[in-house]
Design a protein around this ligand. Sequence first.
Ligand code: ARG
Length: 557
Amino acid sequence: MVTESIKQAVAEALTKLGIKNPDVSLEHPEELSHGDYSTNVALRYAKELKKSPQTIAEDIIRYIVLQKIPALARAEAAAGFVNFFLAGEFFAERIQEILEKKDGFGKQDVGKGRKVVVEFSSPNIAKPFTIGHLRSTIIGDAVAKTLSFLGYSVIRDNHLGDWGTQFGKMIVAIKKWGDIQKIAENAAPVRALVDLYVCFHAEAKTNIALEDEAREWFVKLEKGDEEARGLWKQCVAWSMKEFESLYKRLGVSFDTMHGESFFEDKMRAVVEDLERKNLLKESEGARLVFFPSDSLPPLMIIKKDGGTLYATRDLATDAWRKREYGDGVIIVNETGGEQSLYFKQVFMLEEMLGWFARGERVHIGHGLTRGKEGKMSTREGNTIWLEDVLDEAVKRAEAINKETAEIVGIGALKFNDLKREAKQDTIFDWNDVLNMKGDSGPYLQYSYARAMSVIRKSPPQLRRGAEFARRGGGVTTLERLLYRFPEVVLRAGKDYAPHFIATYLIELAGAFNNWYAKERILNAGEETEYRLALTAAFAQVMKNGLWLLGIAAPEKM
Ligand code: ARG
């Protein structure tokens, strides 16, 4: 690789200047106009060499020029850096590699032999699938795909919220005001359940006995009472029916769906473990874990009435996962950002228990979805039904093209959630979401379709796959970006941050569209073959990138 030759030459130059065992690293400069790679060694060794960085950089360049590294076009000294510009043949080889590896371009094996549980989506039974759960579904899916591309063995888990005292209320409401037959026939049964839930809270304001009844029913449910169990199962089935249809539309699937209820009978062992290790302290009748030097607020494990909590179930969940998947498993939770402090507590406790090493527990906390006018979260009532949001996106995408409306509409929603760092809020504005000219899903899909249409129109004898004639001309931004895709995937995986892929694809599409506007691709004489190969390489990388984000790449649009 040319990068190795450059590193070696730089090291030799530094040795000549008097540095023993110089440490040379290459990076991409911040700006593409500063070249393909650069090194800061001139700055780093200036003191030791008692020379200005500029002088050292020039000395290095003088030495390197003599080495005549084939794929290096030129080097420049600027602000203490040495910037390297690679030659056309380097990029031609990368394009060849893209066209050979096809859908596998960008795949790596850094995660080989390592298991990762990516837990995401995790909606609550008998409650609406919120816009927040949508974000979790989209981000979690992209993270899972990226990690599997990097060679990890990924377990996609949906940690359903299917347990808790609210089911006591649900049962009371169904028994008092519900009509099982009617709910079952409802196309959207969850809406009926949510109405019942609202009913319960309205009534409970004046009728305090209802809360006691609800508590009793939850106790019955915990004890396995047949009627309670039956109604609860019904709720789960109704909700799942609705969730499944959303997942289908979103193209998202799971390997496991162990909800919170699955861990009901696994909590006792965990509490005993905490007790044995002397980690539970009594406070006002409840039992809590206090953290060393109060670095975090205490975490309640057992309530005053002896009941367990969300945290108790999470601990049981992770203990089970560790047993099931073995030591060294990495567990990622994708949830709303408001749970960040909570997960810090859980992670610290799990470290205190000696369950997980640093880096084996990861929380991705996403920001809120805000409309242009402010909050769009559903926590305070006024429910936004996701089905309606998907329908609206698709309806709006029909204006672009009727045939591709479903994948363009859904792709647009996904990209809107992935283009920014997860922890940031998503600003929801239909005009941005579907803007063909902006940083949007449709913009990326359209660039892909455009490239595919050029290829379709080209003479087949000139589509020679990875065997094209090299050209002599200059190097464009498009080439300078294409080969970096695997590095972008690696970064996105290591940081659990798919937005790196999203922003890269925006830059890439921009480079392609600029190039496309300036150059002829077909009928470009002897350049045609290379330009077609470059177009095909762009299409391939865009497709792979979109796949990682869970967005379909339409051949026509
Ligand atoms: N069901 C929860 C919610 O809607 C998310 C669950 C997150 N996962 C976990 N292991 N606690 O907020």
